[in-house]
Write a protein that binds this ligand. Structure first.
Ligand code: HSE
Length: 416
């Protein structure tokens, strides 16, 4: 018989309450919640009042509690809970992507020094077991890339804007009402939530520990109906994509950006709050993970799986991070992008290597051109209100192609 898990739960919001209900229906797990610490005792709860406390130490100092489940949305408070629990030798399950992504190395060190375990499958793609698969199954040398839709709220908003022609704010309100959005929804909309998740995926994919803010990113705050219409005309859809790909030089490029997704891609049919992750493997070719990326029970299901894994002492080994030959990030790549704008003054034409298409519309205009990623990182003219930058379906222009295209344009111009 497996060890009895006595859980101390922090947070009884959308996911915490979902977990409470699910645990009651899973007696074989041999796990029960002994105490729940909450911030607002005045709120009505669907569990006995005796279970609740507002004092974190009621859990942290209780020696009978051997698992801490942290499901609060305040990343700073989560940091305090996770680190205190690990230091006390207690195993922790967390879904707090912001806290984990911003303290990766420290949390790894703490697990090493204390021997305690931190699991966080719910922190990326909610119900999809992507972290454990990247960690265990995909050897560093075989993994060519991971890309996907990893924020449910923005995917829900884009789906409603595309399918129902709903306006942005209305669609956002629905995502909030359905419990998909963060309590500060700007984290979803401006790409921060996807960025935090990508940071975690980079660690488990390539052993790269980076700070989220170092990566090229934006969200869907500047995606306009006009952009969605351009996508439709071309048989594409606009999706917020997080990607990490190994380039020909072996270095890894990573970003979170809106991208046009063609109908030939498996990501094209990922709608609503669903997430999808495409894994490009050297031997297995393309593989696809699909499932609900937000919401009470889908997220609780990943938390439950982590709790269950603790029964057999599962822990992330971070093999790729600790191995001697490290992978590293590069921003040295050219990207083919679509940029729409209201006024030509908003476009930094000099930033482009070249522009292939230029369309003037009644309300909005757009160009398609090639730009170096470092120029996008150095200057954020393309993030200003009214300007929308969307990656094209095949965005990477590696050097060899660049030279070829340049040569061709010189040929066409009669220079060569
Ligand atoms: N706000 C997040 C999302 C919740 O929409 O994906 C799940 O991490």
């Amino acid at each position: 018989m497996s060890k009895q898990l006595n859980i101390g739960l922090f947070g009884f919001g959308v996911v915490g309450e979902g977990l409470y209900k699910v645990l009651q229906q899973t007696p074989t797990l041999n796990a029960s919640i002994s105490k729940v610490v909450i911030k607002h005792p005045e709120k009505k709860r669907s569990a006995p009042a005796s279970l609740f406390s507002t004092e974190a130490n009621d859990i942290l100092n209780d020696e009978s509690i051997n698992v801490i489940v942290e499901l609060i949305d305040d990343a700073d408070a989560a940091y305090h809970i996770i680190t205190s629990a690990l230091k006390k030798g207690k195993n922790v399950v967390s879904a707090n992507k912001k806290c984990i992504a911003n303290h990766l190395e420290e949390l790894l060190d703490l697990q090493r020094s204390t021997g305690a375990t931190l699991l966080y499958e719910a922190a990326a793609c909610a119900s999809i077991p992507v972290i454990r698969n990247l960690e265990e199954y995909y050897d560093n040398d075989l993994l060519q890339g991971v890309k996907g839709i990893i924020n449910g709220s923005t995917n829900y908003i884009l789906t409603r804007m595309t399918k129902d022609k709903l306006d942005f704010n209305h669609a956002l309100l629905q995502a909030q009402q359905l419990g998909f959005a963060e309590s500060d929804p700007s984290l979803d909309i401006n790409g921060t939530d996807a960025l935090n998740k990508l940071t975690i995926l980079l660690l488990h994919s390539y052993g790269i520990a980076t700070e989220p803010k170092e990566l090229l990113h934006t969200g869907i705050q500047n995606v306009y109906s006009a952009d969605i219409n351009v996508a439709k005309e071309k048989g594409w859809q606009v999706k917020l994509i997080a990607g990490a790909a190994k380039l020909k030089n072996g270095k890894v490029n990573a970003f979170v950006l809106p991208q046009f997704v063609p109908s030939s891609s498996l990501l094209y049919n990922v709608h609503d709050e669903f997430n999808g992750a495409l894994i490009q493997s050297g031997l297995a070719d393309e593989q696809f993970f699909y499932g609900k990326g937000a919401g009470s029970f889908p997220t609780a299901s990943a938390v439950l799986s982590d709790i269950s894994a603790l029964r057999y002492q599962y822990k992330y080994e971070y093999k790729k991070y600790y191995r001697e030959q490290e992978s590293s990030l590069t921003t040295n790549i050219y990207l083919k992008v679509y940029v729409s704008f209201n006024r030509v003054q908003q476009l930094n034409k000099d930033g482009f290597e070249w522009i292939e298409e230029w369309h003037n519309g009644q309300d909005r205009n757009y160009v398609i051109g090639v730009i170096h990623q470092q120029k996008l990182l150095a200057d954020d003219w393309w993030k200003q209100p009214g300007v929308s930058l969307i990656l094209t379906p095949e965005p990477f222009v590696e050097d060899i192609q660049l030279r070829k295209v340049k040569q061709k344009s010189l040929e066409l111009a009669g220079v060569l």
